[in-house]
Design a protein around this ligand. Structure first.
Ligand code: UDP
Length: 381
């Protein structure tokens, strides 16, 4: 009946389902544990009429034209350039830390000297990861690096990861580099936009095809059995000869055979505030105060005229089985565990792994779409 079974309806599963249906004209069933599609990109209009992102703020940005064009088949876009301020020593300054942040934070003479020295060393418009800037020997630049490290990264990273910045993969803090210039935007990508009617609509449009069936509220283990010894897949008790595309947690798929892969999770607390606007920009980070890392106000992302506003506090915490696995903790040690799973998975020709959880990578949305399109071309088509 089905040529393909897909576990998970986030970007990885939905892109592949759409390609199988439209390009190959074959039949696919998506099995989704939650009561909705879209994975962590799921959004909806709350009781105030404001589109909120149920699993935390998702801001689409990419330099990949192919990905942007592909998604544009399923949505119109509103141009949106995300801005973030960090609350530091009683002031709200732009993040990534840039020349404007320097001018707001320090007295004029010092600020000018810091900017001059940065410009001598780095190209205008370039991005310098904090752990790189920390290697500076010049007294002024060292002062600046230590300031940013202490006030922007150290405590935020402790809350987010329960680790010091130098203990996590350098790729993670490099996502928010110091910016050599005055651009206050959080991202510099060529394409930055928000789907006009929200992300969920993209998924509805992708999956709206007679070849695609969807089973919500279903843990895949309720309908699929994998015989690991004989490398066979059973669907409702019958051997399934097609391909299984798995976008969930790789350690769960293989019954934690090589141990659990660690994640960080978030406690997300939404709040309605009885005023038109709560804060200056969509997201304000609080590296050094409170137990939450940031507050996001969704009205900035999806403008709407109402006298109330919806905000979201993010409280990071350690992941335990059953929580939502938001962030993989990819230390070298955890990568080794992951590699064991991946190697083991190679023995299963009919199982294809793709997505943030199956790949155990800190993917952005565009990375997942790109990856899913590649996997379709290379392993399915
Ligand atoms: N980070 C930080 N302070 C900030 C912003 C980011 O220390 O004000 C660090 C922190 O370790 C965080 C990482 O940079 O986990 C990546 O931040 P990003 O905003 O990309 O995280 P995401 O939006 O994916 O949660």
């Amino acid at each position: 009946m089905f040529d393909y079974l897909i576990i998970g309806s986030g970007f990885a599963g939905s892109v592949i389902a759409e390609r199988i249906a439209n390009v190959l004209n074959e039949k696919v069933l998506i099995i989704e544990k939650r009561n909705h599609i879209g994975g962590n990109c799921f959004d909806y209009r709350d009781k105030n009429g404001i589109i909120i992102h149920k699993y935390g703020p998702h801001l689409f940005h990419t330099n990949n034209k192919k990905v942007f064009d592909y998604l544009s088949d399923f949505t119109d876009w509103n141009i949106y350039h995300h801005q973030v301020l960090a609350f530091i020593d009683g002031k709200k300054v732009p993040i990534p830390f840039n020349f404007n942040s320097i001018k707001q934070m320090f007295p004029e003479t010092l600020a000018n000297r810091l900017i001059e020295k940065l410009l001598k060393k780095y190209k205008y418009g370039s991005k310098v990861p904090i752990l790189e800037l920390k290697k500076e020997n010049d007294t002024d630049l060292k002062f600046l690096a230590d300031f940013i490290y202490e006030k922007v990264f150290k405590n935020y990273t402790a809350k987010q990861w329960n680790k010091k910045p130098e203990e996590i993969d350098p790729e993670v803090t490099a996502r928010v580099p110091v910016f050599i210039g005055t651009d206050n935007r959080y991202f510099n990508d060529k394409y930055q936009a928000i789907p006009t009617e929200g992300y969920t609509k993209i998924f509805e449009n992708m999956l709206n095809h007679p070849n695609i069936k969807l089973m919500l509220n279903t843990d895949y283990k309720e309908v699929i059995d994998i015989d690991f010894e004989n490398k066979k897949i059973y669907f409702f008790g019958q051997e399934f000869k097609g391909k299984l595309i798995f976008t969930g947690m790789i350690d769960e798929l293989f019954n934690y055979k090589f141990g659990e892969l660690p994640y960080r999770t978030l406690d997300l607390r939404f709040k309605t505030v009885g005023k038109e606007k709560f804060q200056e920009v969509a997201t304000v980070n609080y590296p050094n105060n409170y137990d939450f890392t940031r507050i996001t106000e969704f009205k900035h992302i999806h403008p709407v005229k109402t006298d109330k506003t919806t905000i979201l506090y993010e409280y990071p915490k350690e992941y335990k089985k059953g929580d939502t696995p938001y962030y993989p903790v990819f230390t070298p040690e955890n990568r080794q565990i992951y590699n064991k799973y991946r190697e083991y998975a190679q023995d299963f020709e009919s199982i294809i792994l793709v997505g943030r959880l199956a790949d155990y990578r800190y993917y952005d949305m565009d990375d997942i779409v790109e990856k899913a399109l590649d996997v379709f071309e290379e392993k399915i088509k």
